[in-house]
Design a protein around this ligand. Structure first.
Ligand SMILES: C[S@@+](CC[C@H](N)C(=O)[O-])C[C@H]1O[C@@H](n2cnc3c(N)ncnc32)[C@H](O)[C@@H]1O
Ligand code: SF4
Length: 445
């Protein structure tokens, strides 16, 4: 593991400033021009309660990562404040409750708080999973209680469908408007026997990879677990079909939002019924985070966005690589494999004339073989992004690269480009609709 490039305090101060900037600009504008209040203000006023300061999230581990995770509050997290089996929830937590993503014990405590029998907790959960967008629509619970929950500002956690586009190959991209007016992208990718959802983990992304439309669009905040689950429920509803796979390959860097990603994983697994092996978490690399992911003992597949076989080239396309050198990243992948026994996938976005030479393929396979990770290479031909100087490689070039990787004995696939991706790379559609530019700032990794 590398040493931090910035002393902790300086890094913390920088990220705190970034967090404050994100919060200060949290008021957003809808497509119709209506200005929406920052949701933290809105929740503080719910139910006529006096303004309450939002509780600071717990910060264990690396403060550089933790501070970004805490950019935005998670309302009632899974197992909130449970210590020795007792939930020390305050009334203020109740009025901020979001049902989606709460686990059964927490929902039971919510029911008890209102003097309702425990079995009502299951009715709340099932109501939301079956498509209730508002507490009012959960018809299995008493009408009077519904009114009370509504008055207290208890939300289901569902977003508004803002816009959607479809392609003839069946892929559909959805823009979802969140509680605070911000917009995220989610994609449903159907095949005969699968429906995969490509979920976002953040509003924007602070990593600023040079070839990525999301990276160019700035960063606002982390998503809460319920905002990830909502994306999957939306795709399920829109396609009228069971979701089989979830990939964290939409907007954002999941390992900068690890607690919420882990909570979302458990919700996907336990509430929505998606097997852990059918969930993929993709990362460009965040110091200390891969070890924390290993410690969470998920069955998900780890996909690492490598995109270059050496440090010098990687730094030119991924700014955060300067703070997290390739060797340290590979050491962490190796430790992850030893700790979990799970194969790591390496993603390689192929950029014409930048990283697509045969020599790059050979260097890549030599690197992966050195770490003997049972790795698998997934080539992603670059999808054009407006105002970008990169070029998409030709089909011949893509398959020549694949052949060179396979010739060295490593399994390699090419990610099929669906029509929509070719027309609008990840993050680009959202950039067109998020009228208010998001702040740009450095992640002091
Ligand atoms: C959007 S990122 C999200 C997950 C995570 N932040 C990461 O970088 O792995 C998912 C994958 O999409 C790739 N990607 C981003 N923009 C792309 C583009 N315009 N064309 C092809 N792949 C792209 C990234 O390199 C990454 O491997
Ligand atoms: S590729 Fe991933 S890490 Fe890089 S800017 Fe895009 S979303 Fe963020």
């Amino acid at each position: 593991m590398i040493a931090p490039s910035n002393p902790g305090n300086a890094a913390s101060a920088a990220v705190t400033a970034a967090a404050a900037a994100a919060t200060a600009t949290a008021a957003a504008t809808t497509s119709s021009g209506t200005r929406l209040a920052d949701s933290s203000d809105a929740t503080q006023r719910i139910g006529g309660q006096p303004s309450q300061p939002t509780p600071a999230p717990a910060r264990d581990g690396d403060p550089r990562v933790q501070l970004l995770e805490g950019v935005y509050p998670t309302f009632v997290p899974r197992n909130p404040g449970i210590q020795d089996g007792v939930w020390n929830a305050r009334d203020a937590d109740m009025v901020r409750a979001v049902l989606l993503g709460m686990d059964l014990p927490s929902l039971e405590q919510l029911a008890e708080h209102y003097g309702q029998p425990r079995f009502r907790a299951k009715q709340l959960l099932e109501g939301v999973l079956k498509g209730a967008h508002s507490v009012e629509e959960i018809s299995t619970i008493p009408k009077q209680w519904r009114a009370q929950l509504l008055a207290d500002g208890v939300r289901t956690g569902r977003s508004l469908l803002h816009h959607s586009v479809g392609d003839e190959d069946g892929t559909r991209k959805f823009l979802l408007q969140l509680h605070d007016g911000r917009i995220i992208e989610t994609v449903g990718i159907p095949t005969e026997d699968r429906l995969t959802v490509c979920v976002s983990s953040q509003v924007g992304c602070p990593m600023r990879c040079t070839f990525c439309a999301t990276g160019k669009g700035g960063f606002a905040r982390n998503l809460s677990a319920h905002e990830v689950l909502d994306q999957v429920l939306t795709v399920h509803e829109q396609f009228g079909r069971r979701v089989s796979n979830v990939v964290f390959m939409g907007m954002g860097e999941p390992l900068l939002n690890l607690p919420n990603v882990i909570r979302a994983y458990h919700g996907l697994n336990q509430d929505i019924g998606i097997g852990g092996a059918f969930i993929t978490i993709s990362t460009v690399g965040v110091p200390n985070a891969i070890a924390r992911l290993a410690a969470a003992k998920l069955k998900a597949t780890l996909a690492v966005s490598l995109h270059a076989p050496n440090q010098a080239l990687r730094e030119t396309i991924i700014p955060s690589a300067k703070a997290y050198p390739l060797e340290a990243l590979m050491d962490d992948c190796s430790s992850y494999f030893r700790a979990t026994g799970r194969r790591v996938t390496f993603e390689y976005t192929l950029l014409s004339g930048v990283n697509d030479e045969k020599a790059h393929a050979e260097e890549l396979t030599a690197l992966l073989r050195r770490y003997s990770l049972m790795s698998h290479v997934n080539i992603i031909p670059w999808n054009p992004v407006d105002e970008s100087e990169f070029k998409r490689p030709s089909r011949n070039r893509v398959y020549a690269f694949k052949q060179a990787v396979e010739a060295a004995g490593l399994p390699c696939t090419v990610r099929e480009t669906r029509g929509l991706e070719a027309a609008a790379a990840c993050g680009q559609l959202r950039n067109q609709f998020q009228k208010q530019p998001l702040p740009q700032f450095e992640v002091p990794l």
